[in-house]
Each structure stands twice: as structure tokens, then as C-alpha cells.
Design a protein around this ligand. Structure first.
Ligand code: SER
Length: 635
């Protein structure tokens, strides 16, 4: 074996081979291999798609007996849509496969860690050099103690191979080089606790495995690198969760009847590491799609054009996901609600990227055949549903092409003032089938803005008008959308204020985007926020929510608004009179902001507030993703 660019031993293992190896390994360890469950969860109205291997197993993790026994393993189809607009960079996928093994009250920490280590490092399996592996464990808090046991088991494994595997403090102790130095690091809940998948359910401390890509540490992310550093040197490859707790509806963490194990390994990401690739799009699974796109566009992936590469990645990811969702055993067709709306968005975003690549003819048929060819052997349902997949995808593409042409003309006229009102966005949605996100993206490219809350208001109005005609699905789908986005809109104001309070008045909003699942807020800050700062912001917002402060709106001139301390999105142009939203009491409001609304009446309606992610967007600009209502998110 020779060293490749990642410093991993040369290893040409394909995604298909890796999937099979994982299942073979756990079969050998007494596990029953269960087939992937549907991508569209049954009996779970709280999520649109299956987001993790453990998802279909929740009842069994809670103590129901599984008919196939208490040792299970699978390769599970998953879709995560929180990051849909981030696809195009080289890290995010909407559809992916998760490999996992489970103990339902059977084995616990010693076997779990031993098998993870064996599978990763043994010459018979993945043969990764232990020098490339780094580990994180839970540091302990009021809900569960520090996981010293797991750290010790890891140490003994590494020691058997001659590695000291010392415990390091993140940000203080440099990662080990060779056989000596820090290899195991402890982190708080934010990093080393998983679940529940929804608001309640099984959860627990976890231990994560990281692959050292050998990239040089980027000092912009902190003085000393460590496994959870954002610089990109370490890539998380496997997560072993010790699911021995349950989160209850009142927010308590209680011990479960049985101690479970739930592990998850992202198949594409692991394959990329083994192949010495820097990202999932360079593994062989996407090359067939890229070749087809090259023939269609006359352009080549990876030849220096970031714009071309981005379009290739978006098309490949989105159409692969669409094939799997439509071709699922419980598959859905593109539509305007729920899961169907996601499929519509995926196909239309891909179709738009094809235009950007200069492709004039339809592409979905061709790409769908490539995807089915690649995955149909393992996922037989794709073969079975080949006809339906082709028909639905090309119909959607055709519909989109027709309306797009007309809609784009309308859009150009509407966007002259760089502002798309809620009504205009709704007209584009209703008449031309423009997904809201597409309009947002188009106006964003022109440096303009879109009134998302106004769109929701229009949507609600329209829905009231057509209530008699509307189906239950319609109500359940996008009606909640507007309530959720209104809450997130208010949460955005609270977050903006709290950031200024914690980081300083110089914090400036750089952008904001809300979808029913989460808010996204971009702001200026010279460096990454510390965990303490993140906790302080979160606490401050939750405190305002707990105090159930009133929200009210007044109209005034922009001058007056400024005098009364209003924050504004400084890149926006304002008219003679503006609406100003006050949160809190008249004399000393917590937040004052120029804004079109709508907002909730009292902050208590938000329930609770949680920051899911804090990351860099560009130099000096940070991004926060957050949710309300006690959602823990997944990841
Ligand atoms: N549920 C955990 C995850 O999704 C481990 O499988 O990462």
C-alpha cells in the first residue's frame, strides 16, 4: 500500500464495496442485516424524511422487542433538507446512505468501541493507519457523567498497536504526531451527545471518530487544532451513540429501561476518505453523472471553474435524491406540499443549474438512468420503479421549462427595484411555479431582497380564500409553514439583539433567511464564537422567551426609528415611513428593529430557542442556524 494525497494508505475501495464490507463485518459479529427502511417515515408526522439509520428503530430503542433480535445492522437511505441551499459546496449532500449497527439492550461500550476500532484499522477490513484516527468523548454534565470508560477502552485499543493515545484538552493540546501525544478529546453536549431525533425520545452521550486528512491547520480557526476544529483538517467519520437515556416531553433526561447502542457512518464520506479524496463528489458514485453532464454541456468537472463545479454538484446531488424519493417503496411525486414540494425544489434547482451550464435539452431522463444503473443493484426498488421515476421527473422538468420562460420575464420586471414583495413572490409561486427559494436565490444574485414574511402572509390569505377547496394535506403542509416562519422571524430579532449584547454593538446583520425548519442569520464578527458566547446568546434569548414579553409595532419615519434605537438591515432601502417592531416593555424594550413583520404577539409563543450551528461564511462573516420550539435538530 502506498500513501495517497490524504496520507491514507492507498485503497481503491468503492462505495459499493465499503457498504458490503460494513454489513459483512457486523454479520460476522452476530448482527442481522436489516434492509433500508423507506425514506418516507411511516407514522411520524414530525419529519418529512428518514434522517438517520436509527430513525426506523426508535420503538425498539425504547424497549419494544425487535422481531429479528437485539443485534442489527443496516445501510439506510437518508435525506436531510436543512442544508439544501448549501449543496453546491463540497461537503453537503441531501441524499446519503448511513451505515449503522445497533445493540438493543445487548452489548454496550466495550464491544462497540472494540468493533469500531477493528473495522477501521484491521488489515482485513478498512486498514486505516491508527495514526490517522482521533477520538472524541463526552465530558459530562448534570445529565450524565464524563465518559471515562469509553476513553479508557479506546486507549487500550490504541496501546495494543503501540500508540500512547493521551487525553488532550481541545484548543490547548496539539494533536498527536505518530505514536505519542493527544489523540482523545472530551467535549460538551453540543458535540458529544446525540438525539433525540425529534423533540422527545432516545438519546445519550456519544464517541466520535475523526480522520486526519493531513491538511495544514488554518490558524484563523484557533491557535491549536483539535478534532472538532472547523478548519477542515479533521473529518468526522463515525459516531457511536450510547443510547441509555430518554428525553421526555417536559425536557427531562431519564434513564431508559435498556442500554442501547446506535452507530452511524456516512457511507459517501467514509469512502471519500478511503479513496484519498477531499470530498464526497470525487468518489466514483458521482462520476457517471458528471460524465453524462459533460457530454450534455461540453464542460468538464474539476477543470478550474468553480461555477461549473458547483452546478455539476448541485445537479448530481439533487437528481440522485429525487430518483430515490420518487423511486422509494412509498415514493411521492413532485407537488406543492410536504415531501412532494421538496422533490419539486430538487428537480427545479437542478434544471436551473443545467441552464446555467448552457444545456438546452432535458436532462432528468438521462441522469435518472445513470443513477438507477449505479444504485439499482443494491436498491431494487429503483429498478422496479424505473418507469415511474422517468415519467415523474421528465414531466416536472417539462412543466418547469414552460413556466420558467414566462416567469423569468415577469421576474426581470419585478426585480428592477431590487426588492421582491411578498405579493410578487407569491404570484411567481402561484402562476409560474417558482419555488420561493428560487426567487430568493435569483434576487440574491442581483444583490436584492425578498420579503419572506410577506410571502407567508399572502400564502395564508390565499389559503383562507380557498379553504373549502383545500385538502388536509395542504393545510398540514404549508399552513404550519407560516406559523413556524412567523415564530422564527421574531426569534431572528431576539438573536440579532442578543448577539449585539454579547459580542458588541458593532455586530451587523449581513443576511437572513427563514424556512419552516430553521432560521439562518449572517452577521459580522472578527472571529468564531466561543462555546460560552454561544451559550450566553442562547440563554439570553430563552430568558426573553420565558418572560413572555409583548411584541408591538409602530409606524414612524426612518429618522425617528433611528433615534429610538432601531436596528436595521443596513443594506436595505427604506421609504418615508417604516414599521418598527418593539419586543418588551414600552420604556425599555429588549429589541427595536425596522421590519415589515409579521411577528408573534408575545415571545412565550416561541417555546424555546436553540442554536444548531455557528460557522464561517467568509472572512469576518459568521452564520448561525437556529430553531425554536425545543427542536434539537439532527446531526
Ligand atoms: N444517530 C446517530 C447519527 O445520526 C448515530 O447513528 O449520527
Amino acid at each position: 500500500m502506498s500513501e495517497n494525497s490524504n496520507g491514507a494508505r492507498e485503497n481503491s475501495m468503492t462505495v459499493t464495496e465499503l457498504r458490503q464490507k460494513f454489513l459483512d463485518f457486523f454479520k460476522e459479529k452476530g448482527h442481522i442485516i436489516i434492509p433500508s427502511a423507506s425514506l418516507l417515515p411511516e407514522n411520524d408526522p414530525t419529519v418529512l424524511f428518514t434522517t438517520a439509520g436509527m430513525h426506523p428503530l426508535v420503538p425498539y430503542l425504547l424497549g419494544h422487542e425487535h422481531p429479528l433480535g437485539n443485534r442489527l445492522a443496516s445501510a439506510q437511505k437518508c435525506v436531510r433538507t436543512d442544508d439544501i441551499e448549501d449543496v453546491g459546496d463540497n461537503r453537503h449532500l441531501t441524499f446519503f446512505e448511513m451505515l449503522g449497527n445497533w445493540s438493543l439492550g445487548d452489548y454496550f461500550k466495550p464491544e462497540t468501541v472494540a468493533w469500531s476500532y477493528e473495522f477501521l484499522t484491521s488489515k482485513d477490513w478498512l486498514a486505516i493507519d491508527p495514526a490517522k484516527l482521533f477520538i472524541s468523548v463526552f465530558e459530562g454534565d448534570e445529565d450524565a457523567p464524563q465518559d471515562e470508560e469509553t476513553a479508557q477502552i479506546w486507549q487500550s485499543k490504541f496501546e495494543m498497536d503501540g500508540f500512547a493515545a493521551e487525553i488532550g484538552v481541545p484548543g490547548r493540546d496539539k494533536p498527536a504526531v505518530g505514536k505519542k501525544g493527544a489523540r482523545i478529546y472530551a467535549y460538551p453536549k453540543k458535540n458529544n451527545w446525540w438525539g433525540p431525533a425529534g423533540q422527545t425520545g432516545p438519546c445519550g452521550p456519544d464517541t466520535e471518530m475523526f480522520f486526519d486528512t493531513g491538511l495544514k491547520h488554518d490558524a484563523a480557526f484557533g491557535k491549536v487544532c483539535h478534532p472538532n476544529c472547523d478548519c477542515g483538517r479533521f473529518v468526522e467519520i463515525w459516531n457511536d451513540v450510547f443510547m441509555e437515556y430518554e428525553k421526555t416531553a417536559d425536557g427531562k433526561i431519564l434513564p431508559l429501561k435498556q442500554k442501547n447502542v446506535d452507530t452511524g457512518m456516512g457511507l459517501e464520506r467514509m469512502a471519500a476518505m478511503l479513496q484519498g479524496r477531499s470530498n464526497v463528489f470525487e468518489t466514483e458514485v458521482f462520476q457517471g453523472i458528471f460524465s453524462a453532464l459533460s457530454v450534455l454541456s461540453g464542460k468538464i468537472y474539476g477543470y478550474g471553474s468553480d461555477i461549473t463545479d458547483r452546478s455539476f454538484r448541485i445537479i448530481a446531488d439533487h437528481l440522485r435524491a429525487a430518483v430515490f424519493i420518487i423511486g422509494d417503496e412509498r415514493g411521492v411525486a413532485p407537488s406543492n406540499t410536504g415531501q412532494g414540494y421538496i422533490v419539486r425544489r430538487l428537480i427545479r434547482r437542478a434544471a436551473r443549474e443545467a441552464l446555467r451550464l448552457g444545456i438546452k435539452e432535458p436532462i432528468t431522463q438521462i441522469i435518472a438512468q445513470v443513477v438507477i444503473g449505479e444504485f439499482g443493484v443494491h436498491y431494487r426498488e429503483l429498478e422496479t420503479n424505473r418507469g415511474r421515476i422517468s415519467k415523474e421527473m421528465s414531466q416536472e422538468e417539462e412543466k418547469f421549462a414552460k413556466t420558467l420562460e414566462k416567469g423569468l420575464k415577469e421576474f426581470e420586471a419585478m426585480s428592477r427595484d431590487k426588492l421582491i414583495s411578498g405579493k410578487e413572490a407569491f404570484d411567481l409561486f402561484q402562476t409560474y411555479g417558482f419555488p420561493l427559494e428560487l426567487t430568493e436565490e435569483l434576487i440574491g444574485e442581483r444583490g436584492g431582497n425578498l420579503d419572506v414574511a410577506g410571502f407567508d402572509e399572502e400564502f395564508k390569505k390565499h389559503q383562507e380564500l380557498s379553504r373549502t377547496a383545500s385538502s388536509g394535506a395542504f393545510k398540514g403542509g404549508l399552513a404550519d409553514h407560516s406559523i413556524e416562519t412567523t415564530k422564527l422571524h421574531t426569534a431572528t430579532h431576539l438573536l440579532h439583539r442578543a448577539l449585539k449584547n454579547v459580542l458588541g454593538e458593532e455586530v451587523r446583520q449581513k443576511g437572513s433567511n427563514i424556512n419552516p425548519d430553521r432560521l439562518r442569520f449572517d452577521f459580522t464578527a472578527p472571529e468564531k464564537m466561543t462555546p460560552e458566547q454561544i451559550a450566553a446568546v442562547e440563554d439570553m434569548v430563552n430568558d426573553v422567551i420565558r418572560r413572555d414579553l409583548p411584541v408591538h409595532c409602530e409606524e414612524m419615519t426612518p429618522e425617528e426609528a433611528k433615534q429610538r434605537g432601531a436596528s436595521a438591515y443596513f443594506e436595505e432601502k427604506y421609504g418615508d415611513r417604516v414599521s418598527v417592531y418593539f419586543i418588551g416593555d414600552e420604556t425599555e424594550p429588549f429589541s427595536v428593529e425596522i421590519c415589515g413583520g409579521p411577528h408573534v404577539a408575545r415571545t412565550g409563543e416561541l417555546g424555546s430557542f436553540k442554536i444548531l450551528k455557528e460557522e464561517a461564511v467568509s472572512a469576518g462573516v459568521r452564520r448561525i442556524k437556529a430553531v425554536v420550539g425545543g427542536d434539537e435538530g439532527q446531526g
